[in-house]
Design a protein around this ligand. Structure first.
Ligand SMILES: [Fe+2]
Length: 464
């Protein structure tokens, strides 16, 4: 068995007090790694089409005194509850629609049944936790019981990202939302950490054909919007009757457009155009003293990656396109964008020493990598001080996103560990791997008794 097991359903919900551990789990780890990801790929007799469609499951790895507890539970979203109650896919996912009668399809134009299947990422906002996807319905959950608690907060738009940034000014979050309708706008908004806080739209930009947007960059002054030429006609989105992502079109002649929107709602600089590419993940951004903006992004030559992540391809072991760590340098004066590849190793699902480096220059980038013949099969650490990289891999092991956790008394950037869920294809189980973040030397691992389907993102919560 290889990576294909990572795209098979996990039904079992469990709570385990102490997982078997090999090596050492650092005593200073005292919080929880919370993750979300697709875990159920069929409802009744119908299968989901795409990796991004699977019904979300939450996972919690709790750390205390060198021990690791584990719990998992399906995210009880309305999409999940409807599937459980009716035995049918009831909400539109990324690439899978419910079977609808013509009448229901016509009605859905006016009241779209947006899924709240928060399988992409989760965020802590003040005391609250929410699981998120790209619809504007974050689902709040209890980080201890993993029970869902309804809609977490209002999002001012039709589409959003599951990659909000921390608002250092107030501990809240900053995120993107696209407002679609007769007129379309990209929006950036802020939401304070308090339960009574309302979202505030901070910057807007009109657009005729919104680009697919999975994340954005942030500097101390700017929102960094990267429009890859994978765009949608919002009318088609409403009327085509096709699953969401099938309405997007690759239009390389548009190039990739960077726009800088001031976080205080003032200036808008750009768009500044460069060659066509596609990406899901901004890594980090910062401004140089001369006003140049540096944005590191994991890029692909085109949007083929979306196609490659259909479950039919992944279960056949088809290779995913290799993502490149690309540095874009945006010079607003002359209006130019240059790009360069930073390391040779493919890398995506990127993490940085966020608390220390977000909005500021960074040295290290960690992510999942591939040799180009299959799925993600290694963990990569890029050291931008000398443009070198180091990898961790084991035979028939398939790691996910490595989450960086800083040591409490860290000596500097990268002093901490990486936490990554690794599917052991031979054993048919998943391990929680703990690596030294700077060297990728293994410190310890905890064994989960079953496989965990490949997920996307998670967060370490120090106080849970
Ligand atoms: Fe993502």
């Amino acid at each position: 068995m290889g990576s294909e097991l990572g795209f098979e359903t996990l039904e079992r919900e469990t709570r385990i007090e102490a997982l078997p551990v090999e090596g050492e789990i650092p005593e200073w780890l005292g919080g929880s790694l919370l993750r979300t990801g697709p875990a159920k790929f069929e409802v009744g007799t119908r299968g989901m089409s795409h990796w991004f469609d699977g019904l979300a499951m939450l996972h919690r790895f709790g750390f205390a005194g060198g021990r690791v507890s584990y719990a998992n539970r399906f995210l009880e979203s309305r999409a999940y509850r409807a599937a459980a109650e009716t035995g049918e896919i009831s909400y539109s996912e990324f690439a899978t629609d419910p079977c609808r009668s013509l009448f229901k399809r016509a009605m859905s134009l006016f009241r779209p049944a947006l899924s709240d299947n928060g399988n992409v990422n989760l965020v802590q906002l003040g005391e609250r936790f929410a699981a998120m996807t790209e619809t504007p319905i974050p689902v709040e959950f209890d980080p201890e019981t993993l029970a869902a608690a309804g809609v977490a907060w209002e999002v001012p738009g039709t589409l959003t990202t599951a990659h909000p940034h921390l608002d250092r000014a107030n501990g809240g979050m900053l995120n993107y939302a696209a407002a679609l309708g007769p007129r379309n706008h990209y929006r950036f908004f802020g939401l304070g950490p308090g339960t009574g806080d309302e979202p505030r739209v901070l910057a807007t930009l009109p657009t005729r054909e919104p680009a697919y947007m999975h994340s954005f960059g942030l500097t101390e002054r700017w929102f960094v919007l990267a429009e890859y030429p994978f765009v949608v006609n919002p009318l088609a989105l409403a009327l085509s009757g096709r699953p969401y992502i099938e309405n997007y079109r690759w239009k390389p002649e548009r190039g990739t457009r960077f726009t800088l929107l001031a976080r205080d709602g003032g200036e808008v600089l750009g768009p500044f155009e460069t060659d066509a590419c596609f990406g899901f993940h901004h890594v980090n951004a910062y401004a140089e003293p001369d006003g140049t903006v540096v944005a590191d992004v994991c890029t692909f030559a085109d949007a083929e990656i979306v196609e490659s992540l259909y479950l039919g391809n992944l279960r056949n072991g088809a290779a995913i396109p290799a993502p490149e760590l690309t540095r874009f340098t945006i010079s607003p004066g002359p209006g130019t964008v240059t790009s360069e590849r930073l390391i040779a190793d493919p890398i995506d699902l990127p993490r940085i020493d966020y608390g220390r480096c977000n909005e500021r220059p960074h040295r290290y980038v960690w992510g999942a990598g591939t040799d180009g013949t299959g799925f993600f099969d290694r963990i990569v650490r890029a050291d931008l001080a000398d443009r070198s990289s180091t990898t961790w891999s084991e035979a028939d092991c398939w790691p996910g996103e490595p989450v960086f956790v800083s040591r409490p008394d860290a000596s500097g950037e990268g002093d901490g560990v990486l936490l990554s869920l690794v599917l052991d294809g031979a054993a048919g189980t998943t391990i929680l791997l703990v690596l030294d973040a700077r060297t990728l030397d293994e410190i310890g691992r905890a064994q989960v008794p079953h496989h965990i389907p490949f997920g996307f993102h998670g967060q370490y919560a120090a106080a849970v």
